[in-house]
Design a protein around this ligand. Structure first.
Ligand code: DQQ
Length: 618
């Protein structure tokens, strides 16, 4: 690759990395109880530190950092520029994020020794803006009988005095799953560098009659109507071991826990529920709710990571605090059966309430689509998706909406905007934007004949990704508009391209439009040993919608695509061979028979975040 072929963001990233130009090549419930819960929740919010001001890390006595420079001495085209990644080796689930004394804390499943899963510990990173990170030394590692084989996923909570605590699953010396917790050695340290295992550990052993190898991933506790804390642990039950379930635990003090003998919910056929997440969402507002909040303006979300499918599914429903049970609003879209957070590579996600900005934030893990051999060769595996602000769609309280946190916008540079482009049948328009670190927003005019037609929520349960696969395979659907959308990471000859597109169709008898939002990866790389599965699903169109919109965030091997302001999302992992650096282009296309109008398209280069990596003792 020639130097001139490097995009501005890429160029800047490589400069920072210290490459020379030459190197660059290479319920309802009683009102009394309700008010006390609200008061407790408010108290928790007040006690939990809310100040956005922070003491700089250097003043906190941590100076052992090195920039990305020393991380890799060889330019790696697939390493991301503005997503969180450790310096090297294997990473999986996001664990226990929270905000404390001006710093966001993020933990992750981490193998310090290799680019494959194993020897799992909790890696630790901190940031003041959720975008720029510095990693710290390992927060939790297996060193006692109940976790000696691995410190698995979990969550964080605040004690009534505001001190954060971590809950996790330990893999014991007898290969059994246990639940345990850790407390900060010095709560006055905003970076919370040292963590001590609690003397109460293990706080839970597998209850009799349950499978001790399928008992894991404690949730953030919430305060119940009876004034006791509640927590869920994922499990699977039944003779066929196919009923996913969230076991309910209770505690008076957040340290001593007992099994209630019941589950919040169980759904047959879904298999093991990994990484459950249970939280309130406001019926009317985008603002997030602290995990214990309940009331008439609140719905609840139960998310589970299905071990059988390796996808994160959620349902929206009602939590009955009297009986500690949860019922999805629509049984066709029940937990593990209907809605997914993300229709691409996104698993073992975790939300937290960010009291600093009054919002709920979602983190999800995107693993590789390449072979294990490739992971080992490049020395790392997996990225974390950008943190996403998450809230209930105010227009259809059936689904959530996700959007990259606003802080991500600060990375945008070199804006270009175009308006009023007509894409005739077969059109392809070069956006004249090159590079592999991009943010692109496109607004398409709604095809006229779809005006006033709203999609019924039931359709969401249908298998949208199969429809997307049919389209990609060239099986045309009648009465349609599209496919139209974007090619990113595309070579000029289109031999390599990652395509994100819409397709609208109906029954041809005046029925409502169905809108598909798809990702075609079949041409994403000339390499053959990578997974090129087609992703996608339906996207809800509200009567008030006048456009179809898409935002695509490109970051080397990671592409996150959001439709209709985040009603449907998918994450792609792609490995172009030629469409790298400045050779990666962006095109608007219309492969449908009807013309489509692009109302506006804006694009930006994205700056690199240059993670500071801990270089002291691991
Ligand atoms: N990953 C962790 C488990 C969790 C799984 C182990 C989900 O705790 O169930 O690394 O990816």
């Amino acid at each position: 690759m020639r130097e001139s072929e490097l995009s501005p963001a890429e160029d800047c990233r490589l400069d920072h990395l210290g490459f020379s130009k030459k190197m660059k090549m290479g319920t309802a419930m009683r009102s009394l109880a309700l008010s006390s819960i609200l008061i407790l929740a408010l108290l928790a919010m007040i006690i939990a530190p809310t100040s956005a001001s922070h003491v700089p890390a250097e003043k906190l006595g941590v100076t052992n950092f090195e920039s990305s420079k020393a991380a890799e001495h060889v330019y790696q085209p697939y390493r991301t520029g503005y997503h969180f990644q450790p310096r090297k080796n294997w990473m999986n689930d996001p664990n226990g994020p929270f905000f404390y004394k001006g710093w966001y804390h993020f933990f992750y499943q981490y193998n310090r020794n290799a680019a494959v899963w194993g020897n799992i510990t909790w890696g630790h990173a901190v940031s003041t803006d959720l975008v720029h990170w510095r990693t710290l030394h390992t927060a939790l590692k297996g060193d006692d009988w109940y976790d000696v084989k691995g410190v698995w996923s979990g969550s964080a909570a605040f004690l009534p005095n505001g001190t954060p605590v971590l809950y996790y699953t330990g893999w014991s010396n007898a290969s059994q799953q246990t639940q345990a917790m850790a407390v900060p050695e010095d709560p006055s340290d905003p970076l919370l560098k040292e963590w001590d295992k609690a003397p109460q550990n293990p706080i839970a052993l597998t209850p009799p009659g349950y499978n001790s190898s399928q008992f894991r991933d404690p949730t953030t506790p919430w305060m119940g109507a009876d004034g006791e804390w509640k927590m869920l642990v994922g499990a699977v039950v039944g003779e066929d071991q196919l009923t996913g379930t969230a076991l309910l635990y209770t505690s008076k003090d957040l340290f001593n826990w007992k099994f209630t003998g019941k589950s919040l919910q169980s759904i047959h056929g879904t298999g093991m529920w990994e990484c459950p997440d249970f939280y309130p969402v406001d019926l009317h507002q985008k603002k997030g709710l602290e995990t214990s909040v309940m009331g008439p303006h609140v719905k609840h979300v139960l998310k589970v990571s299905l071990d059988l499918k390796k996808h994160d599914y959620y349902s929206v429903g009602t939590y009955d605090a009297k009986t500690d049970s949860y019922t999805a609003d629509n049984n066709k879209l029940d937990t593990g059966l209907g809605l997914r957070y993300d229709y691409g590579k996104f698993y073992a996600s975790k939300t937290f309430f960010d009291q600093n900005k009054g919002r709920r934030i979602l983190w999800g893990w995107a693993n590789e689509s390449s072979s294990v051999a490739d992971d080992v060769a490049k020395g790392w595996s997996s990225v974390q998706c950008l943190p996403r602000h998450i809230w209930l769609d105010p227009e259809a309280t059936t689904n959530l909406v996700q959007w990259p946190i606003e802080e991500v916008d600060a990375l945008r540079m070199n804006k270009m905007t175009k308006e009023g482009i007509t894409l005739e049948k077969g059109a392809m328009v070069d956006l004249m934007r090159k590079g592999t670190q991009l943010d692109i927003e496109v607004e398409f005019a709604m095809p006229e004949s779809s005006e006033g037609k709203a999609q019924s929520p039931e359709l969401l349960a249908e298998n949208g990704h199969l429809q997307c696969s049919d389209l990609v395979a060239g099986k045309k659907m009648a009465h349609g508009f599209g496919p139209f959308g974007l090619h990113v990471l595309a070579t000029e000859d289109l031999a390599e391209r990652t395509s994100i597109f819409f397709y609208l169709y109906n029954d041809g008898k005046g029925g409502d439009w169905k809108t598909l939002f798809c990702g075609d990866h079949s041409m994403s790389s000339l390499q053959t040993d990578v997974d090129k599965t087609t992703y996608g699903s339906y996207v809800t169109i509200h009567k008030s919608d006048t456009s179809l919109s898409v935002r695509v965030l490109v970051d080397h091997s990671t592409v996150e695509s959001f439709a209709q302001g985040g009603r449907t999302v998918f994450t792609s992992r792609v490995y172009p061979e030629k469409a790298i650096g400045g050779a990666a282009k962006v095109y608007l296309f219309n492969n449908g028979s009807e013309s489509v109008t692009v109302k506006s398209v804006s694009s930006w280069d994205m700056a690199s975040i240059n993670i500071k990596f801990w270089s002291g003792a691991p």
